[in-house]
Design a binder for this molecule. Structure first.
Ligand SMILES: [Mg+2]
Length: 352
């Protein structure tokens, strides 16, 4: 028996733990993680990659390697910063208010602008918010990154708390479009909220992930709009084609899924890769999360998205060490607890 309150806590804590597990090796290749870290199984500090003479390198035999950033063991990045800001806005307003969400997202960004790991699209869009532009117009057509799904789990909690699925979906769209207008990024944002909601319902405790895949397939068809001339130059490839591949290769080797789906920061790579791992490791969330992280790529975000999904399904599945080592874990548990105990109102009308 998994308690609903633990599922709320698991959702937010899972995001932060996955983020912090992946943080030291974000963008690295799996071979580079093996070479410098062995295997990531705990929350660790970044290690500068060095050659045999101890000199810090920016590339090795596997390719470029991103220099480490200024994070300490147990710290988290933009994924969790923006997720918590969204959760706190919903609690404070007792529901969804786009202007308040934009204001609190902007404040969270400003507090960690230099050291939060924010992506280019988010930075550019939030700088427009800073110039008092309406959150209805700040999105960028080239925004194909995974910022929408990485931060959207509180909207799934809102849907569960109020039963207002349609309002939640419309808000997931608007929050995505505040920064990202590529239809794949927007759809991934909506899917993450919707699937968190689904996992909070009783009917997902079954042994098999078939129903989960069936649901996400019909959701992606409904919410992934066609590429237009404004964004089709970025790259071909649709979220629904990747999810279709997963649906017909549910038990493929992880390495094959990694090759075919990719796990870069693009929404139509990292989101399907996360979904593949989540459905494959349906009853083994710890193994699934660690495997996801150790494939590198945008692994603070694949970790955050996997962690949120797994927390929604399993509740507190984390090892005690992870919770102990995570920065602000008490605060995150308090926020989730408050979210669970706050009576929220449904959306009555959408901002125009
Ligand atoms: Mg990040």
């Amino acid at each position: 028996m998994v308690y609903k309150k633990d599922q709320y806590i698991g959702t937010l804590l899972g995001c932060a733990i996955g983020d912090s597990l992946g943080m030291p090796v974000e963008t690295w290749k799996p071979e580079q993680i093996r070479k410098y870290h062995g295997r990531i199984e705990r929350l660790v500090a970044p290690i500068p990659p060095t050659d045999k003479d101890g000199k810090v390198v920016s590339k090795d035999e596997y390719g470029k390697i991103r220099p480490i950033r200024d994070f300490k063991k147990g710290e988290y990045t933009d994924d969790t910063i923006l997720t918590l800001a969204l959760a706190e806005s919903i609690i404070e307003m007792k529901g969804l208010d786009l202007n308040h969400i934009a204001k609190t997202q902007l404040e969270a960004f400003q507090a960690r602008r230099q050291n939060g790991g924010f992506g280019w699209t988010t930075k550019t869009a939030f700088e427009k918010l800073e110039q008092s532009e309406s959150p209805l117009t700040t999105g960028l057509h080239e925004g194909i990154g995974n910022a929408p799904p990485m931060k959207m789990s509180p909207i799934g909690l809102y849907m569960d708390s109020t039963g207002d699925v349609d309002g939640g979906i419309e808000y997931a769209r608007r929050i995505s479009e505040m920064s990202h207008l590529d239809p794949r990024a927007v759809a991934a944002g909506i899917l993450q909220a919707r699937m968190i909601y689904e996992l909070l319902q009783d009917n997902y405790t079954s042994q098999y992930s078939d129903k989960f895949m069936e649901k996400i397939m019909n959701q992606v068809k409904e919410h992934e709009l066609k590429l237009t001339s404004k964004n089709s130059f970025i790259e071909e490839g649709r979220l629904q084609d990747k999810l279709q591949w997963i649906n017909s290769h549910k038990y493929a080797p992880d390495a094959e899924a990694y090759e075919i789906l990719g796990n870069s920061s693009k929404s139509h790579e990292s989101y399907p890769f996360t979904i593949f791992m989540f459905q494959k490791y349906w009853n083994e969330p710890i193994t699934g999360l660690l495997e996801t992280i150790n494939y590198g790529g945008d692994c603070d975000t694949t970790g955050a998205m996997f962690g949120a999904l797994a927390g929604a399904k399993h509740g507190m599945f984390f090892s005690k060490d992870w919770i102990r080592d995570l920065k602000d874990s008490d605060t995150i548990i308090e926020v989730a607890d408050k979210f669970y105990n706050t009576k929220l109102y449904k959306v009555l009308r959408f901002p125009k």
